[in-house]
Every structure is written in structure tokens, then in C-alpha cells.
Design a protein around this ligand. Sequence first.
Ligand code: ATP
Length: 503
Amino acid sequence: KDDKFKKVIAHAKEYGYVFQSSEIYDGLSAVYDYAQNGVELKKNIRDYWWKAMVQMHDNIVGLDAAIFMHPTTWKASGHVDAFNDPLIDNKDSKKRYRADVLIEDYCAKIENKIEKEVKKAEKRFGDAFNKDEFISTNPRVLGYQDKIDTILTRMAKSLEAEDLQDVKALIEELEIADPLTGSKNWTDVKQFNLMFGTKLGASAEHATDLYLRPETAQGIFVNFLNVQKTGRMKIPFGIAQTGKAFRNEIVARQFIFRMREFEQMEMQFFIKPGTQKEWYEHWKDTRLKWHLSLGMGEENYRFHDHEKLAHYADAASDIEFKFPFGFKELEGIHSRTDFDLKQHEEFSGKKLQYFDHEDNASYTPYVLETSIGLDRMFLAVFSRALQDEELDNNTTRTVLKLPAVLAPTKAAVLPLVKKDGLPEIARSIVEDLKWYFNVTYDEKDAVGRRYRRQDANGTPFCITVDHDTIENNTVTIRHRDTMEQQRVKIEDLKTIIKAEVDV
Ligand code: ATP
């Protein structure tokens, strides 16, 4: 598993997708830059989301709010008081950890044991094996499950009650050790606020303390009435936005899964109070379908319904994806009630209400939120796409099977040889196609090696110009995933490729 993840990171660098930020200065922890291919993949994911959410919904509009917001925003939202992670230090190693993550990792190990039991049983029972039945009846599995539930419930309760002493007690009772050194010598648990502070203004005494936004959502809430009025929006309606968010994460590992500067794609859907259950189910369903539409395998997704709810939510669920290091949150769907708008009403002294003509009454709307990390989605797509494939002739190839709609470069045009006028024809094909999608030209090395290079780069089509092209204006088009080749007319290339790569 670790191996796969290492390969993903190395491949992302080697093929110009993701670089460590400020690498020449040895990098900055949990900050990354997107390189020539990464920036295209990221843009394509963002566009794919925007199209599904904004373009395809006549009751959802976009917004691009500033990263800086009035500091009172974060008092109202609860971030100043409650956007904390419980942290704990190991006295021997001096390493800092998130107490909740240590406990969750401990539970993940028990979960691995369950998986092992399942695999064993699968072998034993063969075709007759029924996984759901096994999990719900096998005493050993039930025991493990019970242990996980007990631990997580206790942790959730202690955190909610701010009983940090009990979180430490739990870590000690479970004899959780420092994952790096094995030491069990822990400090007390402390709360740590995740917001980055900065200052606005030139002179020190007149400067205002600001925060870099830790989520994009608040920019939507404070603009709710502006958008509703100027857009003449009728409830239910949504506001969508993509943009940077910043969190001073304590445990910043796992590559672009958890970054200190990252991008979110969020949509807040404003609804009539009392309808939140239906809309919650609706958006859970709609968002899962969006993921499945990329064809990355239904078995790689699952819902995780929250028992412990954030201060603003009355229901919450994550869409989890199977990353190389296991199932982890990719997107959150939250029923936020009227918490945010009510808070902003209170702190700003302005009404943020909607007049419902049908009911002839005003109310503060409820909110249903879908929130996904663009970088996390990038990692999901990229790690799932990267595959080492055994070929018939006993060789292997590394191929990045990105969904064609998301691939940075859609086609590479390759002259078979660098003479006889083939490069000129190839270049003229590039000139024609570049109006419609990203296309590249490559004449270096034998054509087989060029195919491999494009495979590893994620390019879904290779177009090869050979001597027959001069005779009859046809080329071969090679499909990345099947490696099948097809003879087609040059004039049909645009239509054939667009059919596969257009959203
Ligand atoms: P986690 O539990 O992983 O810290 P969260 O529950 O705090 O995430 P939300 O506040 O619900 O996350 O943010 C919505 C989405 O933003 C997450 O589902 C995730 O995809 C993304 N996200 C959150 N924090 C980060 C981060 N530090 N780096 C990259 N993406 C992030």
C-alpha cells in the first residue's frame, strides 16, 4: 500500500503534475505547486464540477468571494472559538500529533483485523460466501466492531464536552504509542486553532487582525441576500464557488491529501426550513452520481454518516474514496440548518431573510452544503488512474488511465519518421486540432517509446502519421487504455476525439 502511494508521489513529480513548493529551498511542509500537467488536470476537474453544479442547474449560480473577509465573519461562523484540533505532544520524541487522529488510526488497525477475518472466510467459503451476513454474525468481527464503536463514541463525547483530560486518558488506556518511536510518554491534550492570522494595514498600531479564510462557505453566506436579490433567485436555490482555503494543519502528511493551502469546491443550497431531510438525501445522491460518472469504480466509494456532528449541522455524511492508504473523506455533505445565516444576522445586525411569495411570509433559509477538496479529488483521480499493467509479451507498462474528460493533453500527434514530409503533416494536424482541445507534437525516439511516454502522461489518444497518410489522408489513432489502433480519415479526427473528451 505504501509502495503504491510512493509511486503516485514520484510519478506526479516525474511527469510534471505536482512539485513540492519552494523545492530549491528544501520545500515547505504540506504546501505543493501544480506543474504544467497538474494545472490542466486541476482545471479540468474544477470545470467538470462547475459544469455539473452551475451550468446544468438553472437554480444554482456562481460566486467568487475574496479570501480576506471582515474579521467578525469568523467570530460569527464559530471558527475563532471552535475551529480547533486537539493536539498532543510526545515528551520523548518531541513530535506533535492530533490526539483524535492517533485514536482513529488505532481503530483503523482494528478495522484491518476485520478485513483479514473477511478475507480468510472468503477463502474458506468460496462462492457461497456472503460478506454482509458474515460481518453481522461472526462473533470475532462483532467484538472488533464493538471495540471500535466504544472507543469512537467515547472520544466524540469527550471532545464535544471539551473534556481533554479524558481524551488523554483514552490514549493512555489504549496504550497508544508514538508511531515513529514507540514511546508512550504523552503530554496533556491542548486545543489548537487552525486559522492563519495576518494583518491588514501599513502601520503596526492601526493594523487590523485578519484571517486567511479556512473555508469558502462564509463568503457565500455573507453574500446570500445580494445574490438572491440581484439574481431574483427563488428558494430553493444554490450558490457555488471554488477557491483557496487555508488551515494550519497539525498533521500535515499524506501529500496533497492534507495541505495547509488548498482549494475547495463548495455549494450552499438555500431551502425552506423543514425540507432539509429531503434535500440532504437529494444532494447525497446527486454528488455520488457525479463521482460515479467518472467511471473510477463504484467499489471505491462509500458513505460515512457522522454520529458526532459539528456545531452547525443537523446531519452530515462524507463520501469516502479508497485512496492508496485506505478509505478517507473526499467530500462532505452537511445539513447546516439556519445556523450560519442566523449567526451573521446576530453579529452584523442585518436581516438575512427571504420573503416567500407563496407562503406570504419571511424566514431565514436552511442550508444544505456540498463541499469537496479539489486537491483531494486530484489525488483520488490520479492515484486511481496510475497503473502498472502486464502486457501479453511479458513486458509491463506504466499507464495513467485518467478519465479522458480530465486528461491534461487529449492527443499527441506523432510522425512515424522525421522525414519524407511526415513531420509537416503531423504539425498541420496539431494546428487544426489545437482550437478544440490540448494537443501535443512528439517526434523524438521510436514510436513505441513515444506511446509509452504518452501512456504514462495520461494522454488518451495518439495519432500516428505514416507513409500511407501521404497517399490517402488517413492516420492511425491509438487508444491509451486498450492500445487498439484504428485507421481513420484526418478530417474525422476532431469529431472522434471530441466525442470522448468533451464533458
Ligand atoms: P478532514 O476531516 O479530512 O480534516 P474536514 O472534515 O475538516 O476534513 P471540511 O471542513 O468538511 O473537511 O472540508 C470539506 C472538504 O475540503 C473535505 O472533504 C476535503 O476534501 C477538503 N479539505 C479539508 N481540509 C483539507 C486540507 N487540509 N487539505 C486538502 N483538502 C482539504
